[in-house]
Design a protein around this ligand. Structure first.
Ligand code: ATP
Length: 239
């Protein structure tokens, strides 16, 4: 496949959860070298869509290909990273031990644990146990684990939750750098202002995509002052 092909291609995605359809017939392409924001209110299906793209969601029908392979393929394990909303690291290990453990599991290069700790601003905490970290710091350990091995595709579910404004700005800068190096990033948020950090915006509501746009286009097409007002204008125009 060529570098112009989408990193993630979703066709006719339907997902059934708890006896009801969360999605039916969603199509979506996610490009390389871009930060694509998946934005929408709580419960609209952002996490479900992300879980489907990394192959861990049950009840999925349709076709999802990632880097040309079926979502969840074993061959994608080192090429695709997924960070969930809840920190998935070991509480009773230090930051360094967690990162070195996951680095070994992935076959990441020597020194990668220290590299990602610096990227997520956790170098001073390398020897600290995870259960002694703040919520935002724990989230950054998970994010660091997702960055190990320099994956080509990063699927990050609400990575800025619990971060103060300074850390949030640093995180967006980090994500931008990864996209500039060619990675495909799919990043969810329910905070509409975060839309401004993305190259492309996929706005969702109740299991559907209501707009596939860019921050500039969203603001100019709606004439709204900020992304939140623009999102409301998009919803209103559709109802
Ligand atoms: N374990 C589950 N079983 C059944 N239905 C579920 C389950 N988890 C989520 N759902 C439903 O699927 C829909 C989409 O949920 P999802 O978690 O994908 O939304 P979200 O946009 O990521 O929300 P949030 O921003 O709050 O994380 C919701 O209506 C939710 O009720």
């Amino acid at each position: 496949m060529s570098s112009a092909d989408p990193a993630i291609s979703v066709r006719g995605l339907s997902v059934r959860r708890g006896g009801r359809d969360v999605f039916s017939g969603v199509d979506l392409d996610i490009a390389r070298g871009r930060v694509t924001g998946l934005l929408g209110p709580s419960g609209c299906g952002k996490s479900t869509l992300m879980r489907a793209t990394v192959g861990v969601q049950l009840g999925v029908s349709g076709e999802i290909r990632v880097l040309g392979l079926p979502a969840g393929s074993r061959a994608l394990r080192r090429r695709v990273a997924y960070a969930t909303q809840s920190a998935s690291v070991y509480d009773d290990l230090t930051v360094g031990q967690n990162l070195r453990y996951f680095a070994r599991m992935l076959g990441a290069p020597r020194g990668d644990a220290e590299r990602v700790a610096a990227l997520v601003g956790l170098e001073p905490q390398l020897r600290q146990r995870v259960d002694a970290l703040s919520g935002g710091q724990r989230g950054r350990v998970s994010l660091g684990a997702a960055l190990l091995g320099s994956p080509e595709v990063l699927v990050l579910d609400e990575p800025t939750v619990g971060l103060d404004p300074v850390l949030r700005a640093e995180l967006w800068e980090l994500l931008r750098g990864l996209a500039d190096e060619g990675a495909a990033l799919l990043v969810s948020s329910h905070v509409m202002d975060e839309a401004l950090h993305c190259d492309r915006l996929v706005l969702m509501r109740e299991g559907g995509i209501v707009a596939d746009t860019t921050p500039d286009e969203l603001l100019s097409s709606t004439g709204a002052r900020d992304p939140e007002a623009a999102f409301l204008a998009v919803i209103e125009a559709r109802s």
